[in-house]
Ligand binder design. Structure first.
Ligand code: ATP
Length: 390
């Protein structure tokens, strides 16, 4: 559906040159839902605008829905829907008039555009709003009207530039339900840009990570997480009741002696479980941090291995890798933090660099645990209480 090679856009403004997109290659197959994910200014919108023929590339080629964007822009436009960042509807126009005008714009006969408009109003939960002006709609309703406008020509390929930005969580979820339903109904290919990591993770089948005008990763969300980030298991470990008299503790540990918990942890958890780090707390609790792939599978295995080694787990926490961990490990920057800074223009930028957000833990080891940063840096939220870390 899309084949772009060496797509480049350089802007020249006064004495400034901005290399917004630096020769990207990207393919999108029919039926895929692909998210372009990246921080502000990464080049996502510029890429979309070139793919939709709204912007002439400085260099490179792109074939979209069967036509070359530079040679056949009108044919490209007739085969795509594009929902830009701003609302498309004219503020003082009525909802139904906007849809009909869109149909006329595509050259549809009146009966056909009236049928399509009625169909889309019902499908996108806009029934009853036909006579309202666009400016009287809520943010979520306006965005759904944008989707309806983008679908009037029944495009096989739909582009959405940050479709949910500015919507509250309920309106975001609602819009996504409608986009998924429209996709099902029309069998569309969808390409969208987003800052929302959770959205890219849960909705997209493929995520193309863009930074500084370049594609730095391109895979399914799960493949990205497995390749570029680890899950982290944190356990608070103590000797099992009566373990001091157990034979077969850690190597070199005398039978009947006070158990060497760290030694036993080391003896129990092999490299198969993951990369293990331990920190002894003053209260005798040992905090164990395991960086691993497939953390949900490794967690019960680790608990069982520790039990066999004469140890008890007082608390366990699993932090699954996120797309923010992927971005952090690829670039040294947190997309989540960059997005938060963009929303708060008065806050000072922090220096770039490889960092890891501090760990929170709700278990008894939390007071003493201070795990050493592992190879996989991550932003986190506590799985016990759900509180986001800062
Ligand atoms: N018309 C223009 N003239 C000059 N520079 C531009 C123009 N349009 C975009 N840029 C610059 O190109 C770079 C990429 O912008 P673009 O809008 O593609 O980023 P983005 O990833 O979509 O960002 P956002 O998520 O904030 O929309 C930015 O540095 C931007 O300032």
């Amino acid at each position: 559906m899309i084949r772009a090679r060496g797509l480049t856009k350089t802007f020249h403004r006064k004495k400034e040159t901005v290399e917004a997109v630096k020769g990207i290659d990207v393919d999108v197959r029919e039926g895929e839902l692909v998210a372009f994910l990246g921080p502000n200014g990464a080049g996502k919108s510029t890429t979309l605008r070139m793919l939709t023929s709204l912007l002439e590339p400085t260099a490179g080629t792109a074939e979209v829905a069967g036509y070359d964007v530079s040679r056949d822009p009108a044919r490209v436009r007739s085969r795509i829907g594009f929902i830009g960042q701003g609302n498309g509807g004219g503020y003082s126009y009525r909802v139904l008039d906007e849809l009909h005008n869109q149909g006329r714009f595509y050259g549809l006969p009146p009966a056909e555009y009236a049928r399509r408009a009625a169909d889309l109003l019902a499908a996108l939960d806009l029934g009853g709003l036909e006579k309202r002006t666009v400016q009287s709609l809520s943010g979520g309703q306006r965005r759904r009207l944008d989707v309806a406008l983008g679908l009037m020509n029944h495009p096989p390929l739909l582009f959405l530039d940050e479709p949910t930005t500015g919507l509250d969580p309920h309106a975001r979820a609602n819009l996504w339900e409608h986009i998924a339903a429209m996709r099902e109904r029309y069998g569309m290919t969808i390409v969208l840009t987003t800052h929302y990591l959770d959205e890219a993770d849960s909705m997209a089948e493929r995520v193309v990570v863009i930074d500084h005008g370049e594609i730095i990763a391109d895979a399914t969300p799960d493949a990205l997480k497995h390749s570029h980030a680890d899950d982290v298991i944190t356990l608070a470990v103590v000797p099992a009741p009566g373990a001091g008299s157990l034979p077969g503790g850690a190597p070199g540990e005398r039978s009947g002696a006070v158990p060497d918990v760290v030694g036993r942890v080391r003896a129990s958890l092999t490299e198969d479980v993951g990369q293990v780090e331990t920190t002894s707390g003053a209260d005798g609790v040992v905090s164990v941090r395991i960086s691993t792939t497939h953390g949900a599978d490794r967690l019960p295995e680790a608990i069982e291995a520790l039990r066999v080694g004469g140890l008890a787990v007082r608390s366990a926490e699993l932090q699954q890798a996120s797309l923010d961990d992927v971005f952090l490990n690829l670039t040294g920057r947190s997309l989540r933090e960059e997005a938060a800074r963009a929303r708060a223009p008065t806050s000072r930028p922090r220096p770039a660099g490889r960092r890891r957000a501090p760990t929170r833990s709700c278990g008894p080891g939390s007071r003493s645990s201070s795990p050493t940063p592992g190879p996989s840096s991550r932003a986190r939220s506590c799985s016990c209480c759900g509180t986001p870390s800062r």
